[in-house]
Design a protein around this ligand. Sequence first.
Ligand code: TYM
Length: 339
Amino acid sequence: MQETVQTPAKKKVVLSAIQPSGTITLGNYLGAVRNWVKMQENEDYNCLYALADLHTITVRQDTATFRKNLYDAYASILACGIDTEKSPFFIQSHVPAHSQLAWILNCYTQYGELSRMTQFKDKSAKHADNINAGLFTYPVLMAGDILLYQADLVPIGADQKQHLELARDIATRFNGIYGNTFKVPEGFIPKNGARVMSLQNPTSKMSKSDENVNGCVLLTDSDDVIMKKFKRAVTDNDAKVFYGEGKHGINNLMSIYSAVTGLTFEQIEHDFDGKGYGDFKTAVGEAVIAELSPIRKRYEEFVKDKAYLAECYAKSDEFANRLAQRTIDKCMKKIGFIK
Ligand code: TYM
């Protein structure tokens, strides 16, 4: 009798990336990186992560600061729990296929599609003196990052949703012309923490470029600084902890608290019934400190060890280069390029 051989179910490919703007923010962590770590520990997934350094030069960088930020960001991601033995974490510019595929996909992306990207509009307004072509075609480079690895799932915060949809459109269009070439990816956006807002201006996204440093919590902030930032967080005059329309500051704090503790909004409202905003802000600060403090300690160790960081990215780069080459070869062959 013939033995039946069970083929294991194919693992899903997870890909995501982060820009090296120095150490990462609470928004990056809750919106994306925390899920990268969870997915790494799930045996249904093969995960691959990148430091998207080519994306970062769409905004002018000071050379020394940029170089330092690369190491800081790389060390931060390891500190969050990414283990390059399990999930290669490579550097985008070390894999030339990213630039190659970006050029090719530029020729399959419409000007109108890129003009509609809200991040392009926001960034053009912010950097009116440097609206370069790279800023405009940035989402195409990102589409290439994803499509090169035939990714099934892309864990991201809500602000990257529009870019992911464009990547799907480009893949579908290319496949429509040349036959199946790219996997059409799905986004993976968390229910809670997908859009962490500035603590000082809770109608805009928490970001390192926030003009007010108190708006943004960094992974490297000391416990005291984190607590101070939460105590100063902008709220309203209700003095009652509940999730409601127009209560941007409190809604944001509740979302952060819920993302970190796992409590629902109803539980939070119940637990803080009769207590003021002061108590609530302190509780959110304490919960965030408990989450970030161990990460900061690991970060401080990793960032000192450049040789170890280089070892991690060199192995990851090699792995990524091998995978990326397969897709770029396939894609170029379909178009008609000769070897
Ligand atoms: P970046 O570097 O701005 O952010 C990295 C990740 O963090 C998420 N994020 C947030 N989530 C919740 N609240 C916030 N305030 C917040 N700020 C940032 C982002 O959604 C993102 O998931 N273009 C991308 C990087 C990129 C990429 C890719 C992502 C390049 N290639 C391929 C996925 C796949 C960016 O600039 O993310």
